[in-house]
Design a protein around this ligand. Structure first.
Ligand code: ADP
Length: 256
């Protein structure tokens, strides 16, 4: 049982009585697991129609281009981009249910780290107006889940772009350090206060402030990223100055 007591005060501010309540923890756990099951099923069901919409949007874009209607083709492309965003949100919800149930799969293999970073940057550059400056050094091979690490790099890079709307560039670098290989993304955006920085890797946490209404999100990306990096034997951290920008980094063990 989880018990707590709250005081009741009289008009002079004196405590007149304490009101206690107890909650059955097993009941809470059942509710939590029901919520996770629901989220898992709902996310899965939402993915299926989205896959069809994506295919139709792409076919439509090609057909409109062929028919010489570039303006409508652009709308079809925008539809496709929005479907990608929805897919990524749903993917995050699915990941959270997997993490909660201890069922997030990690399929490790050897891969060239810089090559992965170059690929993610190339893909992100297609859909953003910032210039992504790639200062990555070749750091050799790592042993981890390539798709999952690509997910982390994509998340850090898209956050850097999302939270620096007025900036022109984002810097990316990789290097070999004493901790293994290191990856960092630096932006020149809104930054965040020092006392909030350690919380950004918590589930559903978003730094509060008026600007938050401008930036869509569920507060899950960094939580998932930190789980992936921890499971891969690495570390993830942030340095940030409010109003100046942020640098998000992670390390992974190097292959000896
Ligand atoms: P989301 O972006 O969906 O809210 P994340 O888990 O990716 O979720 O990030 C959590 C919070 O951390 C964000 O809501 C934002 O407040 C803060 N944050 C993340 N990246 C940055 C960044 N590059 N600059 C400033 N704030 C950031």
């Amino acid at each position: 049982f989880l018990s707590r007591a709250v005081p009741e005060f009289d008009s002079k501010g004196e405590v007149i009585q304490w009101i206690g309540s107890s909650i059955d923890i097993n009941e809470l756990k059942t509710l939590q697991s029901q919520k996770d099951t629901f989220l898992g099923i709902a996310s899965h069901e939402l993915k299926t129609p989205l896959t069809s919409i994506k295919i139709y949007a792409q076919v439509l874009e090609r057909a409109l281009k062929k028919a010489g209607d570039p303006k409508s083709a652009t709308y079809a492309k925008k539809m496709d981009e929005q479907v990608n965003k929805l897919n990524s949100l749903i993917g995050d919800l699915l990941d959270v249910t997997k993490i909660s149930a201890g069922k997030m799969q990690i399929n490790e293999d050897m891969f060239d780290f810089k090559q992965l970073v170059d690929e993610v940057i190339e893909e992100q550059q297609l859909s953003c107006t910032h210039t992504i400056i790639n200062n990555s050094e070749p750091v050799g091979m790592v042993f981890a889940d390539r798709n999952r690490i690509a997910q982390v790099v994509t998340n850090l890079l898209s956050n850097a772009i999302k939270y620096s709307p007025g900036a022109e560039k984002v810097l990316v670098y990789t290097k070999v350090s004493s901790q293994g290989i290191q990856f960092c993304v630096q932006d020149f955006g809104i930054g965040m206060p020092e006392d909030k920085q350690h919380k950004v890797f918590d589930q559903y946490y978003r730094v509060s402030g008026d600007e938050q209404h401008t930036f869509p999100g569920l507060g899950l990306g960094l939580f998932i990223a930190s789980q992936i990096i921890q499971r891969s034997g690495g570390k993830i951290w942030v340095r940030s100055v409010l109003g100046k920008g942020s640098t998000f980094c992670f390390s992974l063990p190097a292959i000896k």
